[in-house]
Design a protein around this ligand. Structure first.
Ligand code: GUN
Ligand code: FE
Length: 424
């Protein structure tokens, strides 16, 4: 049965990184979950259909969080005065270990998924933990939420505390196969993604096994890259034959190319690494708040965008503390300005259009035609709640959107649609 829905309101979306389309009092038409177009006047063929009338409200594409850790949601805001490796050992690893207990996992993941469902995001790529039962609980809850997600059971078999470490590469790889077999065909909205934590936590043998699994199951992959100077030096020690951090993934055939791949952070990439990411089509998940909280630095996002590379935004919960990718847009601009002033390297700060693009169409493209209202795009839409921030003047749509990036909370959303289905 054909289903058509028509949303009326003040519509904003990107077509490319420099172009923000704004249509006041427009009509977004969605047919069978796909956008048919945005119109200033409703075409005659739709005139007899009912309209969901959000006159005066901003309507934008749902946002994509390209990198976050679901089990870390419970401790966001703790120990934010540490750097990455200290923070992992003192905060992230002990908390993730709790997910061995399915009871705890259900409690904690229920809070997380409930908040994510209410948030401005419609898509997310998530790290779970190494535990199978807990990861399945997370997938069940996400499936029920109606959001579209990729979830990864984490692989980690070395350089981690005993209480959160798989026995060896074979144990870790076998657990991944068991997870894939046990969940195959169970979900419509949750897809698996291979998730080696990062090179320091994954033995060579594990990476070899993951490559075989990737081939057999045709899975995408997510991991971390060039986040912190100490981490980068450690990778060089652990994989002495690698030319740079990304090359350590590439030696195992796990760095893009035929493997759709997201690398989070990419703060300290040497030129050869950037070149290889570009050649291999690796996605960059830029996580500005996390990069500030963990003293990681400021990624050269302008460079990535100007070279036409694929860049999205991530909260990196709980390196970052905020779910809303609107806030990540504002922080991406802020961090790019600090970077420009402090390095003086001539890279221009990001524009609002670029930040909005990264949080919608840029990151969304990892999921396919997602993150825009152009014809053929999957119809993810959010109707925003500006009532907490009234303004004395009549503002343009762009001004209202810009303000929303900086002033809004995680869940200032009145209605949410994913692939044309209304969640609320
Ligand atoms: N690198 C390896 N694990 C993690 C993690 O949990 N968070 C961040 N930000 N970086 C990592
Ligand atoms: Fe991370």
């Amino acid at each position: 049965m054909e289903t058509t829905r028509i949303l009326k309101g003040d519509i904003c979306y990107s077509t490319d990184k420099d172009t923000l389309i704004t249509v006041p009092d427009g009509f977004l038409v969605c047919e069978n979950g796909l956008c048919a177009g945005v119109f200033r006047q409703l075409p005659e063929i739709y005139s007899r259909l009912s309209v969901e009338d959000y006159t005066g409200r901003l309507i934008v594409p749902g946002l994509t969080d390209l990198h976050m850790h679901a089990p870390q949601y419970a401790f966001r805001g703790f120990k934010m005065d540490l750097e990455l490796l200290e923070w992992l050992n003192s905060s992230a690893f002990p908390e993730e270990a709790r997910y061995e207990d399915p009871e705890y996992a259900r409690r904690a993941y229920s809070i997380f998924v409930n908040d994510l469902r209410k948030s401005v995001n419609t898509r997310a790529c998530l790290f779970a933990t190494l535990h199978l039962p807990a990861t399945k609980i997370l997938m069940d809850l996400l499936e029920e939420s109606g959001l579209e997600t990729f979830v990864g059971k984490v692989n980690m078999d070395r350089n981690c505390p005993d209480y959160l470490c798989e026995k060896d590469g074979n144990a870790s790889a076998d657990a991944t196969i068991a997870w894939l077999e046990q969940t195959a065909g169970h979900y419509s909205h949750v897809r698996p993604i291979l998730t080696p934590r990062f090179i320091p936590a994954c033995s060579d043998h594990l990476m070899e096994r993951l490559r075989d699994i990737q081939r057999e199951w045709q899975l995408p992959l997510q991991s971390h890259l060039s986040e912190n100077p100490e981490e980068i030096a450690w990778v060089q020690e652990l994989v002495p034959g690698s030319r740079f951090y990304g090359d350590a993934y590439d030696q195992f055939g796990l760095f893009g190319g035929d493997v759709p791949t997201i690398m989070a952070h990419c703060v300290h990439c040497p030129p050869e690494e950037i070149q290889l990411m570009k050649e291999k089509g690796v996605y960059i998940a830029h996580c500005p708040q996390s990069n500030a909280n963990l003293t990681s630095g400021a990624a050269p996002v302008r460079l990535f965008l100007d070279q036409g590379m694929s860049v999205g935004l991530g909260s990196d919960i709980a390196g970052g503390t905020v779910l809303s990718i609107f806030r990540a847009m504002a922080e991406a601009i802020q961090v790019s300005k600090l970077r420009a002033r402090l390095t003086g390297d001539g890279l221009k700060p990001l524009t609002m259009e670029e930040a909005f693009f990264m949080g919608t169409k840029g990151g969304g493209s990892f999921f396919g035609k997602v993150g825009s209202f152009e014809p053929g795009y999957e119809c993810d839409a959010i109707v925003l709640d500006e009532s907490p921030i009234p303004h004395p003047q009549k503002l343009s749509l762009k001004e209202r959107l810009e303000r929303f990036l900086y002033l809004s909370g995680d869940d200032w959303v009145l209605h949410k649609y994913v692939k044309g289905r209304q969640l609320f």
